[in-house]
Write a protein that binds this ligand. Sequence first.
Ligand code: 26Q
Length: 788
Amino acid sequence: MTMKTDILNRLKYSLGKDAENASTYDWRIALSLVLRDQMVETWFRSTRETYAASPKRVYYLSMEFLIGRLIEDMIANLRMEDTVKTAIAELGQDYDTIVHDEPDAALGNGGLGRLAACFMDSLATLGIPAFGYGIRYEHGLFEQSFAQGQQVEKPETWLTQRHAWEFERPEARYRIGFGGHVEHRDGSARWHPGEVVMATAHDTPVVGWNGDWGNTLRLWSAEPSKDFDLESFNRGDYLAAGRSEALARTISRVLYPDDTTESGKELRLKQEYFFTAASIMDLLRRYLADHDDIRDLPDYVAIQLNDTHPAIAGPELVRILVDEHGLPMDEAIPLTRRCLAYTNHTLLPEALERWSEHLMGRTLPRHLEIIRAIEHAHQTEFPDSPRILDHGDVRMGELAFIMAHKVNGVSALHTELVKQTVFADLHRIHPDRIINQTNGITPRRWLYGCNPSLRHLITDAIGEGWVTDLEQLTALKDKRDDAAFIDAFMASKRENKVNLSNWIGQTMGVALDPDAMFDVQIKRIHEYKRQLMNLLETVALWNEMRDNPNADWTPRIKIFGGKAAPGYFVAKDIIRLINDVAQVINADPVTGDRLKIVYPPNYNVTMAERLIPAADLSEQISTAGKEASGTGNMKFALNGALTIGTLDGANVEIRDHVGTENFFLFGLTAQEVMERRTHHGYSRAAIEASPRLQRVLGQIAEGRFAPQDPSRYHGLVGMLYDHDYFLVTCDFDSYFDTQRRADMVYQTPENWAAMALVNTASMGWFSSDRTIKGYAHDIWGAKSVLSA
Ligand code: 26Q
């Protein structure tokens, strides 16, 4: 009753609408504001308890927070699903229409950004006082569509609608300087920036399970300072004044769509410094409000750097300690180090950030001096240390490593490789610094929220404790011989597949057989993730189905989803090839319902929430040693998909947990990959040894899938023959054979279901709650403040 009147009041007083004239958008915003009101209570209480306890606070600095939609998360965490559904029905509205009206907050590229969002959920659920700090991009990751099969990018515009969850904080504004010069006098330095931009805070409450605790996601937007080009303004040159005003705002205008470094773009460096400097000032202001001695900072502040993107935090904090608090450099550096920790997410050499000293010196002159001082101090102590400054570049990985007290990898294998490769020399000097924290996913979004049918089945069987203690899922293992439970488990999967089929039918006009195996690969398009190998296997399967149309083939739906960085041309060719092949195969009456390819455009968090619960088979097929962890792999297994995968990233640990007999393993190991690359002509040899692969490559090269433009894929095929860096050709046969093994198992649905159930039951360890407890204990020294 009060929910209903609350919504009507919000409609009237916050939106100026009555029920008769309200649109879906109006209803959604009204509902969101009511929910936000509820969260504020938790939020204030958490803030009060934090001030009272004066604990160590965690600051998670990330260029990306890929949060997706918030409304269902908020409803679930506040435990208000029934109340809201009843109220919406009484108001004559449709619940699904309203919640699906919300645009995704796509403030991230992929895994790294989504991990940050899962961490925020777990920090709040565990009651650890924490802030997420990032950028309030006006435009998130671009919107993808296909024109004749090719990716087309359009700007994303989530903020053209009101973002109902946030509070603007005009009182939390900071001046962020760039450029200018440094004045040295009497042994001290003063930076006089040539340009100043304002950072304004926008807070979104992050409320954990049951509404027990609330933290803050604080995103910064860039605005011109008051005196920004006052001179032009006073001269009456409003055009010039407007130009420099627009320039200030470009800093938070758009998310860079590359998930590997492109090259030292000045705006990117400015974004990194902008949000890092605002965050450091903000946390120092909070600290100094109730502490006098800056030397105690590490007892109250833990700053986690999500990759090197905020690595300028090291020099920035040193700068403030030295230039503003008068600490000597040799005290400021170790003090800063005790506050900072750094997470590495990649071994790909092209993804390790470097900035030219020239650009750094021009944009952040005082910081470059401090980086030289950090380098000098480290070289003095460890003369054969690798350099931060190298060939005229500032290497951000080395900087982050040297300024952090802990450096972590994101899966067991990745952490070992970090020790052996990128940071081998620094690891020898600092053998205790690198540790592992295997990634995790929040079960609230990735099971409770996205898969209601499975959620109900599990809760009916073992109670609701699993939502905050995911290891309780092991109790489901007792059900693997319980025929009635297995039937219900399969029925839940089938219901999700029917829902997905309906959605694909409506949005793409392709009819799917919900009894076919749903085989899904969703992630950014990258050569190392090997979507191309998946597609080659699809063509090979198609050939064999046509050769032998009366055999008992397992029907398959191949589902692809993902975006390519706009400048990554090979990835864009792969997208086009998938779409071209789909056109031909989907029109073939011989294979008909037994083989289809669908590639819905604009893959995002919301689409993942539809696809993952409906998947039978999860494709985790990266070249071993290249995928740092993967987190999609965890989401699928938790939702009862079986994995076909290589020994890469967290796949290794997933396989250990679910049991080798419940995982379709194939391919070279990381060691074998490195070894194989030393063989001359390895890919040509692999192709020549595989008639099946030769045939597929021949078809693509002849233009079988692009008859109007037969040479379209010559480049792609030529690359596989001559420099197949990611060993698609070498792993192809073992991948194909393993797929056929999966086909066989799928033919006995009870066996498949039992394996799938063991997967779900074994995934408890991959909760991001476990990951966050690991960070809190091993890195931050932070504790829960939740009163028992
Ligand atoms: C850097 C500089 C300039 C422009 C872009 C970038 C940039 C942006 C995003 C570099 C990297 C990223 C994102 C990397 C990423 O998502 N890595 C993934 O992180 C996941 C969480 O740890 C892992 O599971 C994945 O294996 C890893 O690929």
